[in-house]
Structures are given as structure tokens and as C-alpha cells.
Write a protein that binds this ligand. Structure first.
Ligand SMILES: NC(=O)c1ccc[n+]([C@@H]2O[C@H](COP(=O)([O-])OP(=O)(O)OC[C@H]3O[C@@H](n4cnc5c(N)ncnc54)[C@H](OP(=O)(O)O)[C@@H]3O)[C@@H](O)[C@H]2O)c1
Length: 350
């Protein structure tokens, strides 16, 4: 296999054109898109023009692209109810595959996908670019300074945006995936929070549907207990409100201070640290700008997957199906808890 890894793109919709292709093109020493397949062929042809693909590399079906010997790995960007079947085809063809988040449409499929991944040495990844945000490493560096993390507050709230191009996709308006936007966007937030405070053990949550266009519940307010730890916190998510500011932060409270990841201004994220055991001994607030590149983690995610493919070592890829399983399991637990009027629910494990 050459050092330029050759990618076959399946599902040439919005995110394939707006983010995956530009990322591959920015890293042309490492990647080349060599083939495409889309259910509606005209959209694959449009994509092929942008990617400079010859006509014979725009395929009519999934099997053809999976079995193309020029393709080193497949990158699938589909409504996630198709992830399991797409992985089955990739395994049958002996191709590594990375699929867009969330891992699957429900927990049964998510379990099946983890089991499929466990059954092969092929790298199988779930693209969760938030796992690669630079603020995570920066916050991790400062966390030991604040003693034991005993609590956290995560908030991701914003106004409803009607001209959102993602909202216009029919599969999002009538979601087959549990939680609709709560899983579509919420797994990003869960990737950030669980990377820093640990996996959720149990939740008490209330969810609601605010906007008809969301297709299902679109806001969640919850309390959380972290697994194997005394840490407790809150997780709030929703962009279905009336006019309000975009407010995205994770505040972690320790016995000797606090660390805040502040992402409200996506272009200028910061990590803020305060050290001191009490108000009287508190030091001044330290503010660290985060250098976040434009792809918001996607480039690093692809480089990480490339390494796993080149070294034929699936363990090298951080965003494994098992990691992504937990994020969807949290959403499933929010929904189950809410259906029981906020009863405490244990998050499913695998
Ligand atoms: N990481 C992120 O920040 C991020 C951001 C956006 C999206 N995503 C993920 O990217 C994926 C695609 O999202 P998108 O926003 O790009 O949506 P999109 O534009 O609707 O693209 C979905 C693609 O799937 C194809 N498709 C739909 N139903 C199909 C079926 N029954 N069989 C085969 N193909 C089918 C569509 O083909 P047609 O052209 O025939 O409809 C289309 O090309 C999703 O998994 C989403 O979660 C991730």
C-alpha cells in the first residue's frame, strides 16, 4: 500500500462535499479520493467533478466500490440506519471502513456493529470528530491541578435555525435513529464530556420536542453519575429554543479549583483555569486560547484512521465502535429515563 491512502466515498451528500472531500484535498500527501458511490447517481457525478474522478470510478452500487482493488478504505456518510449493513459489506470485501456518527440508529444495531467490529482485524471506525478537538488535550493538561473532579455542568444550547441545511434533509425530519437531533448532534457533546469526566453510569433526564421540524424530541435536561467515581453533573443539550445566545461549555469543579472548556465562540475556543481550595485562596483566572483548526477535528480523525489502516492495527484508532456505542447509549438512557418521568436509568454497557 502506498503512503497516499486511497479512499472510496459512499454517500456523497452535504458533509461529504463540505467537509470530508476538502479535508482529503487539504491532505493530498496522505489521501486521495479515488472512487464514489451514491444512491442517486447524479449526486455522485457532481461529487466526482469536485474530486476529479474519471467516469468509471463513479459506481452504480455499493458492492462495486467495496470490491474496487484501488480503494484502500471506504468512508461512508449515510443515514446511520444503513451503517450495520454497510459494515457487513466492507467486512465481506476485506475493506477497512470509517462511518459517520452516531454509530447506528438504535442500541440493537449499535451492539451488532460493535460485535461485527470485534469479529475482524479490519479497522472499523465511527467518525466522531469531537474526540479530536484540541481543547480536550489542553483541558486534560490542567485537570490534575484542580484536585478531584467532584462535579460538572455541560451546556450546549442555542436558538432554532430554520435555514439550517442539515434540517432540510428528509432523513433528519423523519428520523429512524433514536433521539433525532439529540443523537445526531448530541454524540459530539457526549464525546467531549466523556473524554474529560469519564463514562456515564446512570442518568435522570427529561426530554421534550420543541420544534415540529425536528421529528422527535430535541431538548434534554439531565443529571448524571459518572461510572466508578463520585463525580456527578448535569448535561443539557438543545438548539430548538427561541432567540438566545449560543452557549456551549463544560465546567468541571474540583476540590482545588475548576477548569472550563468554553466553545460558545466556535472560532475562538478557550480553556479557563482557576486554582485554589477556597474563595480566600483562589488564584487569578488563567485563560488559554485553544488553537483549533477549521476542520474541527476531522483532519486529525482521518490521519488517525489512516495510521490504523497503514499499520493494519485497529487498536490505533481512537474512535472505535465501542467508544461510539457509549455515546449513543447515553442518548438511549436519556430517552428511557424521560419516558419514566425522569427515573434514574443505568446506561447500557457492552
Ligand atoms: N461529524 C459531523 O459534524 C457531521 C456533520 C454532518 C453530517 N454528519 C454525518 O454524515 C452523514 C451524512 O449526513 P449529511 O448531512 O451529509 O446528509 P445527506 O446530505 O442527506 O447525505 C446522506 C447521503 O446518504 C444517502 N442515502 C440516503 N438514503 C439512502 C438509502 N436508503 N440508501 C443509500 N443511500 C442513502 C443519500 O443519497 P441520495 O443522494 O440518494 O439522497 C446521501 O448521499 C450522516 O451520518 C451524518 O450524521 C456528520
Amino acid at each position: 500500500m502506498s503512503q497516499v491512502v486511497k479512499v472510496g466515498v459512499v454517500g456523497t451528500g452535504i458533509f461529504a462535499k463540505d467537509r470530508h472531500l476538502p479535508s482529503y484535498q487539504e491532505m493530498s500527501n496522505e489521501f486521495k479520493v479515488v472512487a464514489a458511490y451514491n444512491r442517486t447517481k447524479s449526486k455522485a457525478e457532481e461529487f466526482a467533478k469536485l474530486a476529479n474522478l474519471p467516469d468509471n470510478k463513479v459506481y452504480d452500487n455499493l458492492d462495486e466500490i467495496m470490491n474496487d482493488p484501488d480503494v484502500d478504505y471506504v468512508d461512508a456518510l449515510l443515514p446511520v440506519q444503513f451503517n450495520v449493513d454497510t459494515v457487513k459489506k466492507a467486512i465481506a470485501a476485506g475493506k477497512p471502513i470509517i462511518l459517520e456518527k452516531p454509530i447506528a440508529a438504535n442500541m440493537k444495531q449499535a451492539r451488532e456493529l460493535v460485535e461485527l467490529s470485534d469479529s475482524t482485524e479490519l479497522p472499523i471506525g465511527i467518525a466522531e470528530n469531537w474526540l479530536y478537538l484540541s481543547c480536550i488535550e489542553l483541558a486534560k493538561k490542567h485537570l490534575p491541578r484542580i484536585g478531584d473532579v467532584v462535579g460538572f455542568t455541560h451546556n450546549s444550547t442555542g436558538p432554532f435555525v430554520t435555514n439550517n441545511k442539515y434540517l432540510a434533509t428528509t432523513w433528519r425530519q423523519s428520523p429512524e435513529h433514536i433521539g433525532g437531533f439529540l443523537s445526531d448532534g448530541g454524540v459530539h457533546q457526549l464525546a467531549l464530556v466523556t473524554s474529560l469526566v469519564g463514562e456515564f453510569e446512570s442518568v435522570s433526564a427529561l426530554t421534550q420536542q420543541v420544534r415540529e421540524q425536528s421529528g422527535t424530541d430535541d431538548i434534554v435536561f439531565s443529571t448524571v453519575k459518572i461510572r466508578n467515581s463520585k463525580t456527578i453533573g448535569t448535561f443539557t443539550y438543545g438548539s430548538a429554543f427561541g432567540a438566545t445566545d449560543k452557549s456551549v461549555f463544560l465546567k468541571m469543579y474540583g476540590t482545588k479549583g475548576s477548569v472550563v472548556v468554553e466553545l460558545s465562540d466556535k472560532a475562538n475556543p478557550v480553556v479557563k483555569v482557576r486554582v485554589g481550595e477556597t474563595a480566600e485562596t483562589a488564584g487569578a483566572e488563567e485563560v488559554y486560547p485553544v488553537s483549533q483548526e477549521d476542520s474541527f477535528g476531522v483532519n486529525d480523525e482521518f490521519l488517525n484512521f489512516r495510521e490504523a489502516v497503514l499499520k493494519k492495527d485497529k487498536k490505533l484508532f481512537k474512535s472505535s465502535p465501542r467508544v461510539a456505542f457509549h455515546h449513543l447509549a447515553c442518548v438511549a438512557a436519556f430517552l428511557e429515563s424521560s419516558a419514566q418521568n425522569g427515573n434514574n436509568v443505568t446506561v447500557e454497557t457492552i
